[in-house]
Write a protein that binds this ligand. Structure first.
Ligand SMILES: Nc1ncnc2c1ncn2[C@@H]1O[C@H](COP(=O)(O)OP(=O)(O)OP(=O)(O)O)[C@@H](O)[C@H]1O
Length: 265
């Protein structure tokens, strides 16, 4: 089990209205190559800040202490080539005036050195892989012509176009309705398996996290509260806060969490 990334003592502080906001405090965590790791926690717990720090996307105004090591070859990783990032809102991550095909092809052309015609062929294959209906027409469609779930499929296709080793999905299903959420989770699971990617799945939804992840990291107020296998976190949480998160979910919707995780009858 080798680490794809090793996070050491990471502290991130933002400035807001002249005040310092500590978004992450002394986080140490390994992302194991090939694993599916979920980061869960309530709003404001620092999940997105962790994702942005790993992707090298923190705003310049933030202060960062600690370090992230990438032990493998060819490091540090390049966003778009080595790290694919899927954001919550596909409308914000897609260019509204560029066709879907061009947006995906551009990633492949930039990072894989393909010609435009090779890159468009790759884009079509990717649209097939993310199961967009009628990929030939979709190549020439603009984002506003697609549904929210279809746009997220396109954003995922663009994120994996260069064959990244790490896919970060930051609340990638939160803006979608429940059925589409489940479809996108299934899609991410399949693509990660097919391409042998490592997955960092950021979510406030513990049920979705249990469905997808092999390990879960629980964040609260910028701190890593608990880290363990999904089975252990769900079956025997060590921290009261984790239990509260589980109980909050179970109170609302017990059966799906337990059944979908496959951990209990
Ligand atoms: N660009 C920013 N400038 C100032 N403060 C920020 C910035 N981004 C995040 N914060 C603050 O940092 C803390 C952690 O935010 P972060 O977005 O990482 O949490 P989160 O767990 O992802 O929350 P959510 O699920 O609501 O996105 C919060 O207090 C938030 O208000």
């Amino acid at each position: 089990m080798s680490a794809l990334a090793s996070i050491h003592d990471l502290t991130v502080t933002y400035r807001r209205d002249g005040n310092a906001v500590a978004a992450l405090r002394n986080i140490s965590l390994d992302i194991v190559a090939g694993e599916r790791l979920a980061v869960i926690g309530e709003s404001g717990s620092g999940k997105s800040t962790l994702a942005l720090a790993i992707a090298g996307l923190l705003p310049v105004s933030s202060a960062v202490d600690g370090r992230i090591e990438w032990p493998g070859p060819g490091c540090p990783p390049l966003l778009g080539r080595d790290i694919g990032f899927v954001f919550q809102d596909p409308s914000a991550s897609l260019d509204p005036v560029m066709t879907v095909g061009k947006q995906i092809a551009e990633v492949a052309r930039t990072h894989l050195g393909l010609t435009w015609s090779q890159a468009y062929a790759k884009a079509k294959t990717l649209l097939e892989r993310v199961r967009l209906p009628d990929p030939d027409s979709a190549l020439h469609a603009f984002p506003h012509q697609l549904s929210g779930g279809q746009k997220q499929r396109v954003a995922i296709a663009a994120a994996i176009a260069a064959g990244p080793k790490l896919l970060i999905a930051d609340e990638a299903t939160s803006a979608l309705d429940t059925i589409v959420q489940a479809e996108i989770v299934a899609l991410i699971r399949r693509l990660v398996a097919e391409d042998g990617m490592t997955l960092l799945f950021i979510s406030h939804d513990i049920a979705l996290a249990t469905e997808l992840a092999e390990r879960i990291a629980v964040f609260r107020h910028g701190q890593l509260v608990e880290l363990g296998t999904t089975a252990r976190i769900v079956g025997a949480p060590a921290q009261a806060y984790t239990r509260t998160l589980l109980d909050a979910h179970i109170g609302l919707d017990a059966a799906p969490l337990l059944n979908r995780s496959g951990l209990h009858a």
